[in-house]
Design a protein around this ligand. Structure first.
Ligand code: GAR
Length: 187
């Protein structure tokens, strides 16, 4: 059985679509969900799905902390950042080479980097009157949003689209592509 560990900070709609895709799989499972926010709704989603989950603080995330040892014990085939807003420290990248992926709600290398998450991204894209945006699924390296790109998918932006409209379009792309791409990677 291949194992996915999900790290998420918020609502967890992406985590949910990954859980849903593999719920009946006999070759891939979401084995653990970790969040840096104790109140994040993603933890409730995990509870409802019967998937082990826990929250952690900066201390547990630091080198030789609890999260490093949990991940080393778990030996996941893939670590998926699904709306996870902390930078991944280099020791975790070294522990899990080519096994950490992220989804970003824009067409990288545009609209990436520190502070570029969620609605901040969509507001900037709309302010700049872009004609398209999209999603990027990529490997994680030491720099925010700079690892090798695995997949991108785009959507058009209509003249009167608001940041909220764009967020809806991006959400649809994420639902369509993220879990499917994960399945491809684990085949
Ligand atoms: C998603 O849109 C994801 O692409 C974005 O956060 C949202 C999380 O939503 N990630 C980033 O902005 C990373 N820089 P969710 O909690 O409902 O899955």
């Amino acid at each position: 059985m291949k194992k996915i560990v999900i790290l998420a900070s918020g609502n967890g709609t992406n985590a949910q679509s990954i859980m849903d895709r593999f719920v009946d799989s006999n070759s891939i499972q979401v084995s653990l969900i970790l969040s840096n926010k104790p109140q994040a709704y993603v933890l409730e989603r995990a509870r409802l799905a019967g998937i082990p989950a826990m929250s952690f603080n900066r201390y547990a995330f630091a080198k030789a902390g609890q999260i490093q040892s949990i991940l080393n014990q778990e030996q996941p085939d893939l670590i998926v950042l699904a709306g996870f807003l902390w930078k991944i420290p280099s020791f975790l990248i070294e522990d899990h080479p080519d096994k950490i992926i992220n989804i970003h709600p824009a067409l990288l290398p545009n609209y990436g980097g520190k502070g570029m998450y969620g609605m901040n991204v969509h507001r900037s894209v709309i302010e700049n009157k872009e004609k398209e945006s999209g999603i990027t699924i990529h490997y994680v390296n030491e720099n925010y949003d700079e690892g090798a790109i695995i997949k991108q998918a785009s959507c058009t932006i209509d003249q009167h689209d608001t940041a909220e409209d764009l967020a809806g379009k991006i959400h649809n792309l994420e639902q369509q592509h993220f879990a499917a791409t994960i399945e491809e990677l684990l085949k």
